[in-house]
Structures are given as C-alpha cells and as structure tokens.
Write a protein that binds this ligand. Structure first.
Ligand code: SAM
Ligand code: SF4
Length: 341
C-alpha cells in the first residue's frame, strides 16, 4: 500500500498489555550485521539477512512515529552494530526530531568501533547518552572475544563520545574464566573517566562460540563478593531498563547489574523490540512476535495500529531462560543480534 494514501492521523491509545504493563520503551535493531563476532553473541560464520528483507529507513521512521504517538518516550537503536548501517545518520537525525515532542530520549547501544567518526553528529542530532559494549581492557583478549575488533578503535570512539559531551555507560558481559578477573579494573577505569559500568549475565541466545554453562557467572554472587570489598549503596535509579544500580562509595561511580538469569525482572517490563525485518518481539526470551512490516506494507497506518494492539494481547508474562548442563541447547535459536539485546 502507498503510505501517503493511508490514514495519517496517528492513534494515541496507550500501549498496555494484558498484565497492565505500559509499554514506553522501544528498542530497534536497525541491522543484524556487525563488524565484530563476539563469542557470546554470534557464531564465527554468520549468514546475514538479504538487504531487501530489512526495513527501509522510512519504514523504521514510520513505525517509530506510531510508537511515539502511542506513548513510547524512549527509543534505543541497537543491532547488530547500528553504526555500520549506511543510512544510520539519516535515521538518527530524523528520529531526533521527536525529542521534546513525545520522545524524551533517543539513545544507542554500540560496540564503539565507528564512534570516533560519528560521535559529534550523534550529539548534534540530540543523542545525549550512549552505551558502549566493552568486555576487557586487554587488547589481545579484546581481539579474542570480538574475534575481529581492535581495542584502540573503541577507545578512540569513547574519547570522541566524551569529547562531544555524550554520557557514556560501559556494558560488560561478565564471563567466568574469560574476563571475571577484570571486573574491578574495569570499574576503576570506567568510574575514573566518569562512566557507569553495567555488568550483564550471558543469556542463552543462539549457537555461539563459548560454553555458556562454564562461562556463566551469576551476578548475585559477584555483587556479594564486591560488597565485601566496597561499600555498595543501593540506588533507586531506573532508566526504563532491567538493570539494578548501586553507587560504589570508594569510586563515586555507578555500577549496574543486569541479571536476567539470576533475578527475573519481567514484572516491571516496559519494552518491546523491533527487528531489522520489522518483526516486533514482545519479550527477549520468548518467540511471540507480530509482523509490523507486512501490516504497514499491506494496510498502512491502520494496519500498523491494529498490529500494535495485537502485540499488546500477545506480550508474554515473562521469559524462562535456564543455563543448565541438562539443557545445553540455547533457550532460543535466534542470536542476540536479531533483537538487539
Ligand atoms: N553491537 C552493539 C553492541 O555490541 O553494543 C549492539 C548490539 S549487542 C547485541 C547489545 C548488547 O548485547 C551488548 O552489550 C552485548 O554485549 C550484549 N549481548 C550480546 N549477546 C549476548 C548474550 N548472549 N547474553 C548477554 N548479553 C549479550
Ligand atoms: Fe556485534 Fe554487538 Fe554482537 Fe558483539 S555484541 S557481535 S558487537 S552485535
């Protein structure tokens, strides 16, 4: 359907699911492609989507506008690596126009490899905060974890982001026997540069390059271990995300814990995830999905709104991830890069 012929008055009905949870946060995976192959995220040889199956920049913009009209006030661009998509800067500029008009925040999760080129532009387009994923400060280890990344590029990206005035938070997937010896040095480094550090438990999504049972590190235990050495002051800070935060009195910095495995946060879930092909996933850990691309292409804005209503009826109560020797296969076949984490 020609979009210009479709109804253009946006529906403003709030997005509320069967359990009374208001959806205010949309994460958009703008591409499944990436210049890294992190061992916990992707297999060495990934087959990526054909470009024709991926939503155009105009389609993403239209879908995002419909969400904002219905009460979404935070959008995160992710992937794959969002900054490797060719027209990403057009998309950021265009979405940035919603800031102050329904949208409170437009933010990005990036591996940082392209950030030194783009940080200034992102700041100009209204982005204020970024999450940069970084699991180690050791360049050899970085090369091993990402399989093809260069630590120096990411460091230059972080420098550029801070120079452009962007607040940076570091996301670190904590893995036993891989980088658990670096948690304290990473915290000292991040906090020393005025950046928060958030630790993430590895989740069983897709076949990848590491043994998830061996490398699984329950963050509850880690929290308790850190609490013996540091004063961890619980913060009520909520960023619309599942992280729980503490302030570390000794460093003055903020430490976050994302614990999907050891602490289920589903009861307060406020988010949905759009894939690069226009599937809307209502839960990172379940397969329920609604095809927004076909709804929009076939029936325009009315079809899109009806699909969003359908999605609210389908949002599951929660995930049921398990990492267990008895269930060695991933909970879901799709990789994190499909839904963007
Ligand atoms: N490429 C960007 C990046 O790395 O920041 C954005 C996409 S990446 C899929 C988003 C986040 O998911 C990253 O912080 C990454 O470390 C995390 N991630 C990927 N696979 C994961 C898994 N299986 N379990 C937990 N976190 C994962
Ligand atoms: Fe790429 Fe991010 Fe996945 Fe690493 S975690 S492979 S950078 S999408």
């Amino acid at each position: 359907m020609n979009l210009s012929a479709a109804s253009i008055a946006p529906t403003t009905r709030p997005l509320v699911d069967r359990y009374g949870r208001h959806i205010s946060y949309l994460r958009i995976s703008v591409t499944d492609r990436c210049d890294f192959r992190c061992v916990y995220c992707m297999a060495e040889n990934m087959t990526f989507l054909p470009k024709k199956d991926v939503l155009s920049f105009e389609e993403i913009e239209t879908i995002a506008t419909a969400f904002v009209a219905r009460g979404v006030n935070k959008i995160r661009l992710t992937g794959g690596e969002p900054l490797v998509r060719k027209d990403i800067l057009d998309l950021v500029r265009s979405l940035g126009r919603h800031i102050g008009h329904g949208l409170d925040e437009l933010t990005i999760t990036t591996n940082g490899s392209q950030l030194s080129k783009h940080a200034g532009f992102l700041a100009d387009a209204g982005v204020r905060r970024l999450n940069v994923s970084l699991d180690t400060l050791d360049s050899d280890r970085f090369a091993a974890i990402t399989r093809r990344g260069r630590l120096a590029d990411v460091m230059a990206g972080i420098d550029a982001a801070q120079a452009a005035g962007l607040a940076v938070k570091i996301n670190m997937v904590a893995m036993a026997g891989v980088n658990d010896d670096e948690i304290e040095p990473m915290m000292a480094w991040a906090h020393g540069r005025g950046m928060g550090l958030t630790l993430i438990e590895g989740m069983p999504l897709g076949e990848v390059g590491i043994d998830r049972v061996d490398s699984y590190l329950p963050l509850k235990e880690l929290h308790d271990r850190l609490a013996q050495r540091y004063t961890l002051e619980k913060l009520d800070q909520r960023t619309g995300g599942p992280a729980r935060y503490v302030r570390v009195a000794e460093t003055g910095g903020v430490l976050g814990f994302i614990t999907p495995m050891s602490h289920n946060f589903c009861e307060s879930c406020n988010r949905v995830r759009l894939t690069a092909t226009g599937q809307l996933f209502m839960c990172l850990g379940q397969d329920d999905q609604v095809n927004l691309r076909d709804a929009l292409r076939d029936e325009g804005m009315d079809g899109l709104d009806a699909a969003l209503d359908r999605a609210m009826l389908l949002k599951p109560k929660g995930h049921d991830f398990v990492i267990d020797r008895a269930r060695p296969q991933p909970a879901l076949g799709r990789h994190m890069s499909v839904t963007g984490g």
